[in-house]
Design a protein around this ligand. Structure first.
Ligand code: BDR
Ligand code: CA
Length: 312
């Protein structure tokens, strides 16, 4: 039986590729996509998620709009990375499929409560506001989840939004704090890992050469997305963060990490959203996260290419 998942997301080019990877994978049953404000405001993330479903030929996927701002903070967006629309880099048609009726948070709660305990996985690719709100309204969903797999945080790489914080956690640290202690097994995919999965000219050329519509669209999105980080880090390519969440579900053997304690800084202005990760186990705080640090980079790109070549 395919594994049931909800994808919570703020597309974003890298979110878009994560969604495509999931929709191309028969091992996964995408029960719904819940959108949150993050890279760009909610109106755009909920538009972009539908554009991506239509690119994949999956107009039947339920796409919900969720939180338009973090639990307790002003929204911070990242158009400087993702462009004005969040999906700059390739001209894709406006979506014709409608948003699903209802709120993303209610959908998360209802789907979790209606699923067998320990069966539903939540894949979080953006700020954790929808999940945080769901946990506030219905804390009983935490222990019912099979797993929460999230892209966010970092230790060895520092932050990408402030010196100490990664974007998704920085935007809504209170929500991240709730997630870290919700009773679900949490798998964390930090910058320490995603900064290894860099794009390259050769990889982008492989996508561009695919004989379907998805390949060239992917190449355009990647071209645009990498430009910011290539300039920032002086690297050959840009880190493709979010598809790691889906790739981990499909091929966990590509990944390695440790069970450690991670706490979220919510008090300090200077280190807001820092993921205080006890990698060296120097405290006696209880491990609450599987912190992934290693990835088989070639295997990751091969998986993405194989699966996206199957799409329309
Ligand atoms: C994360 O922030 C966003 O810019 C990306 O979509 C990714 O989820 C990386 O810090
Ligand atoms: Ca994202």
């Amino acid at each position: 039986m395919p594994r049931p998942i909800i994808i919570d997301t703020d597309p974003g080019q890298d979110d878009a590729l994560a969604i495509l990877l999931a929709l191309a994978s028969p091992e996964l049953d995408v029960r719904g996509i819940t959108c949150v404000a993050g890279n760009v405001p909610l109106a755009l993330t909920s538009r972009n998620a539908r554009i991506v479903c239509e690119l994949a030929g999956r107009t039947n996927v339920l796409v919900y709009a969720g939180a338009s701002a973090p639990l307790e903070r002003e929204l911070v967006t990242a158009e400087y990375v993702h462009g004005k629309t969040g999906l700059d880099g390739y001209d894709l048609p406006e979506p014709s499929m409608p948003l699903a009726e209802g709120h993303a948070v209610d959908f998360i709660i209802e789907t979790t409560m209606d699923s067998a305990p320990g069966s539903l996985t939540l894949c979080a690719l953006g700020p954790l506001t929808n999940l945080g709100q769901a946990l506030r309204q219905a804390p009983e969903i935490g222990p019912r989840l099979r797993e929460i797999v999230l892209m966010g945080g970092g230790l060895f790489e520092g932050g990408n939004t402030t010196p100490s914080a990664e974007f998704n956690i920085y935007v809504d640290p209170e929500a991240a704090d709730l997630v870290m202690h919700c009773g679900a097994p949490v798998v964390m995919i930090p910058l320490d890992l995603t900064h290894q999965t860099l794009t390259s000219d050769a990889i982008i050329a492989d996508f561009r050469a695919m004989p379907n519509a998805t390949g060239p669209a992917t190449a355009g999105l990647l071209d645009f997305f990498e430009r910011f980080d290539v300039e920032k880090y002086g690297s050959q390519g840009g880190p493709l963060h979010d598809p790691n969440v889906i790739a981990y579900l499909l091929q966990p053997d590509l990944y390695g990490g440790r069970h450690i304690n991670v706490e979220i800084e919510t008090g300090s202005a200077l280190t807001r959203g820092m993921t205080v990760a006890d990698w060296w186990r120097v405290t006696d705080r209880t491990a609450n996260v599987l912190y992934l640090r290693n990835v088989d980079v070639a295997g990751y790109w091969q998986l993405l290419k194989d699966r996206l070549s199957q799409l329309p």
